[in-house]
Write a protein that binds this ligand. Structure first.
Ligand SMILES: Nc1ncnc2c1ncn2[C@@H]1O[C@H](COP(=O)(O)OP(=O)(O)O)[C@@H](O)[C@H]1O
Ligand SMILES: [Mg+2]
Length: 250
């Protein structure tokens, strides 16, 4: 069966329209209040990401990267501020509208892969697709192959290593070609060469949608279109295009 990887990879560089804003955060703030303290996990963050951008968020541990990702993807509700996905005021939609939007338009790759233990790897990969057909199966296997774990397709999560489970979760995040793919620390549990390989696969997301990657490893953001640097919950620097590559934060 012909596959579309080649076309996707070709299109990565040739047909990108970066001008339209696909995701916009406005003055996002998230506080965690406990009886003893109030933590400002995210403080007044505003940013914009283009429709086929590869965007990176860097910053030290505890700087609010994951919290910002949860706010932008609607998994946490902001204390104040708003998130727009194109013209849709996502942050202020009802929980059902958000759920529906997430199902149709989002892919996630969390630090913890959260695979379903009683489904095989390939069945886990196909979870985002309502009625998987032969094409979906072929795409799922092709993704597993490009991630170097196609042999694990019939196995179960408990038969896979941590790094293998993370890669299965990546295939699941990509399989339905979501408009937005949110990825938290993709290379944390991988060796350098596997990390480089999975980044190449994740970047195929930009043939059709937005890729947002959180990391403390600036190396993997080499080709990013835009990089946001966080410190203590605030957005302290933004690097764009070549700047993101040449003068990126360290
Ligand atoms: N559920 C929580 N309750 C209280 N504080 C939290 C919670 N989650 C995160 N924090 C705090 O919010 C800040 C930002 O955390 P996080 O977004 O996880 O940062 P990062 O992903 O950059 O490591 C940290 O100070 C962290 O301790
Ligand atoms: Mg984090």
């Amino acid at each position: 069966m012909p596959t579309d990887t080649t076309n996707e990879q070709k299109m990565t560089n040739e047909h990108r329209t970066k001008t339209d804003v696909a995701l916009r955060a406005e003055e996002l703030t998230l506080t965690y209040v406990t009886p003893r303290s109030t933590t400002y996990a995210v403080r007044g963050v505003s940013l914009q990401v283009g429709a086929r951008d590869f965007a990176g968020i860097v910053g030290p541990s505890g700087s609010g990267k994951s919290s910002l990702l949860y706010l932008m993807s609607g998994l946490k509700t902001a204390t104040s501020g708003a998130v727009y996905l194109r013209d849709f005021k996502y942050s202020h939609a009802t929980p059902n509208e958000q759920l529906d939007f997430r199902r149709r338009h989002f892919g996630f790759v969390f630090q913890q892969p959260f695979l379903i233990p009683y489904l095989s790897v390939i069945e886990n990969v196909l979870v985002p697709i309502e009625r998987p057909g032969p094409n979906d199966m072929a795409r799922g296997l092709e993704l597993l192959d490009s991630l170097g774990i196609v042999d694990l397709a019939p196995k179960f999560p408990n038969e896979c290593s941590g790094g293998e489970r993370v890669r299965a979760a990546m295939a699941r995040g990509l399989v339905h070609r979501p408009d937005y793919l949110f990825v938290d620390e993709p290379t944390a549990s991988l060796d350098i060469s596997t990390g480089t390989r999975v980044m190449e696969v994740l970047k195929t997301q930009t043939t059709h949608g937005t890729l947002l990657v959180i990391t403390h490893d600036l190396e993997i953001l080499d080709d990013a279109d835009i990089v946001f640097r966080m410190r203590d919950g605030a957005l302290v620097e933004t690097f764009q295009g070549a700047l993101a590559r040449d003068q990126g934060p360290s």
